[in-house]
Write a new protein. Sequence first.
Length: 313
Amino acid sequence: MPLPQQLQGKLAAPIIAAPMFLVSGPDLVVETCRSGIIGTFPALNQRTTEGYDAWLTEIQSRLAAVDCTVPFGVNLVVHKSNSRLMADLEVTVKHKVPLIITSLGAVKEVVDAIHSYGGVIFHDVINLKHARKAAEAGVDGLIGVAAGAGGHAGTLSPFALVDEIRAFFDRTIILSGVMSHGHQVAAARLMGADLAYVGTRFIATKESLAQQGFKEMITHSNAADIVYTPAISGVAGNFLRESIAAAGRDPDNLTVDANSALHLEGEAKVWKDIWSAGQGVGGIRDIPTAAELCARLIEDYRTSMRRAAAELD
């Protein structure tokens, strides 16, 4: 399926560096965009709306200085506990942010606000119920967060999720989950996704805001070291077993209680000590610069697509 016109012809590979809480910031966004991949960050990575405004100004000025036309994006959390949503949305519209990624709620008023200046809006979904609601709200694309993805992930196979979304949705589909290499991006394209959403691999980069211990933990972890649980933040997600234990909790005996209910005001404290990552950690063994990583992803993707085309001839 075609990408939104605003994205066509601007990417070196069909990849979005996913917005990651307490990880993605201006340096990571700018370096990924300069390399030909969409860079993104969560608005809530800045503690205030004023700080968010300042980050947008910085990113736009740095990209303009190098004549970079690759769009960047921002994640807005649409949830009742996000008291900043409307203020952040106003700043977003003022800056005409090219791409908005919404999560934890699809609201038509937010969609309309982004469309008012020609922006593109994608929405995170983990199942068909959420996908249909977001489609009805008018989003331009759906991000299918499949089993094994970092953050608040779903449980469906990527094959099932992409296929079932495509059955009713003729706009852009973005696949999230367990992609650390370009050949996995190629596989996502071949199964019907238009873009790949790569998160965990970008945590272990020089420009990432993640703590050094977090980056290093990723490089020596494997898929078996990922624990899927709602007990950390109130919404089911994938977390590094070692970080759960280091925070004083038993990763094999986690319980959900009233204190685990999702509340964005307390998320920063939780995620600062307990680190989220996807099952693709087993394919990550170094901490390159974002530019180096992007170059690898792009070359691996192109090589894999050429190989697939040759085998079909």
